[in-house]
Ligand binder design. Sequence first.
Ligand code: SAM
Length: 272
Amino acid sequence: MNAPVNPNKALWEKGDFTRIAATMRESGETLVEKLGITKGMQVLDLGCGDGTTALPEAKLGADVLGIDIARNLVEAGNRRAAEHGLTNIKFQQGDASNLEQVPDKSFDLVVSIFGAMFAPKPFEVAKEMVRVTRPGGRIVMGNWIPNDPTFVAQLLKISSNYTPPPPEGFVSPMTWGVESNVIERFAAAGVSKENISFARDTFTFNFPGTPSAYVDEFRKYYGPTMNAFEAAEKNGRAAQLQKELEELFTSQNKSQNATMIPATFLLVTVAV
Ligand SMILES: C[S@@+](CC[C@H](N)C(=O)[O-])C[C@H]1O[C@@H](n2cnc3c(N)ncnc32)[C@H](O)[C@@H]1O
């Protein structure tokens, strides 16, 4: 018998997220520079992808473990670490909803930038992040914000309009971008509201081609957009989806000769 498909894993192993991550590196580095990382700090990067923030954390001298559900991204992360000559970082497969391979109180800092928000069972995710953080440590999450007018929230909204409805009981990842949900989830994990702070920040996507060429990257390589196009192709709506995305990417582009698109996100800091 084949193992049942985990749709969360299948979504992110689909395509090749490294193609999108390649357009996110500068903002990843800028964000990490603000985290107060010092040499020897124990850092967990959860939903790390191919290491957009994990590699900069290691370059600042932290001992980094990157955990991601997608096998191909873990492999890409380990490859990138070797290419950069980093020996203080390793990537392994795991699920943010159940970090069974990670002992309690192992990390000074748990970072999850647009990562753990995509795991199912958000209350389990909050509990696991708190469990593996040592008392006195911190959790930092970057979460996209539902209905925000900027890039990623709109991209995911448009994509979901073309994708079949999720199964009953599915909790949208975007709920992590609402402060009251974040407070409720960490409260259930034993963290009081006073220990959680929120800020708005911006991540900029840089692509060395036109906005329509960038849409093509998402169509070919980004799981949520690939799924939307697959569904749209079945009912003759693919051209409409393409047009909506080209309008979005073009209207948000700030560059004259390439593509540069800023996106607002919620930065959550939790003192454990
Ligand atoms: C939008 S990407 C962000 C990746 C990376 N943090 C970055 O900023 O480039 C979302 C990542 O979360 C990972 N992910 C999704 N669900 C997960 C889960 N349940 N446990 C661990 N990682 C997960 C995906 O495989 C993917 O690498």
